[in-house]
Design a protein around this ligand. Structure first.
Ligand SMILES: [Zn+2]
Length: 196
C-alpha cells in the first residue's frame, strides 16, 4: 500500500448510482488516481473491483462517497470484505510510514512477506493484519492461500528482481540514461549515492 492522491471530481461528474462509479467518468478518474493498481496489494488486476475503504453496508452516504472509493483486485476485495472497517487511508497518510514490507529475494519465490509495524495505532495494526492475509494467506481459505502465493511469485518477486537489476546496472553505469525503473515496480525510496 502506497500513498495516493485523489483528484477532485469535476462539477459535472456525480456519483448517484453504482453505474456512475463502476462505468462512468468517475470510474476513469478513480482508475487513473490509483494508477490502475489495487490500492491494497499494488498488483495490476485483470478484473478491477471498485472497493469501499469503509464498508458501506448499503449506507448510501458511504456507498456513493467519492472519498470512500478505491480500486482493488478480487483477491484483496474478497479478503477485506466487511471485516476491516478502519484500515489506513492512503490519501490521508503515507502507509510506508506506518508499515514496512520486506521479502527475502534469495528465497525460492515462496518466501513470506515480512510485515513490520512502525506505529501501533489501531488502523496501522488492522492494516497490517489485512496485509498479512493478502500477502501470506494467514488464516484464509485454501483458495486465498493459493492466490497469495501467486501474488508473491508473479507480482512481488519479479518486481524485486527487476529492482535489484536496476540497482546493479545503476552501480555499474550510473550515467547511462537508458536504464529505466519499471513503472510497475514496488514503491522503494532511493537515496542518492553519498559523495566519496
Ligand atoms: Zn490486491
Amino acid at each position: 500500500m502506497i500513498r495516493l492522491n485523489k483528484s477532485s471530481l469535476p462539477p459535472n461528474v456525480t456519483i448517484l448510482s453504482e453505474y456512475a462509479y463502476q462505468q462512468g467518468e468517475a470510474f476513469d478518474i478513480l482508475v487513473d488516481d490509483c494508477h490502475s493498481k489495487c490500492y491494497i496489494c499494488e498488483d495490476k488486476p485483470t478484473k478491477i473491483n471498485v472497493e469501499h475503504i469503509v464498508p458501506h453496508r448499503n449506507d448510501p452516504e458511504l456507498k456513493y462517497d467519492w472519498a470512500n472509493l478505491f480500486i482493488a483486485c478480487g483477491h484483496c476485495n474478497s479478503i477485506k470484505g466487511t471485516q476491516f472497517n478502519s484500515i489506513l487511508d492512503p490519501t490521508k497518510c503515507d502507509p510506508e510510514e506506518h508499515i514496512a514490507l520486506s521479502i527475502d529475494p534469495t528465497e525460492d519465490l515462496v518466501g513470506q512477506v515480512k510485515i513490520e509495524l512502525l506505529r501501533t495505532d489501531s488502523s496501522t495494526v488492522q492494516t497490517a493484519e489485512l496485509l498479512q492475509k493478502v500477502y501470506n494467506g494467514t488464516n484464509t481459505t485454501k483458495m486465498q492461500k493459493i492466490e497469495s502465493s501467486n501474488l508473491r511469485k508473479e507480482h512481488l518477486m519479479p518486481n524485486v528482481h527487476r529492482f535489484m537489476l536496476f540497482i546493479k546496472n545503476y552501480r555499474e553505469e550510473p550515467d547511462v540514461t537508458g536504464i529505466i525503473l519499471p513503472l510497475n515496480c514496488i514503491s522503494i525510496k532511493i537515496s542518492p549515492p553519498s559523495p566519496s
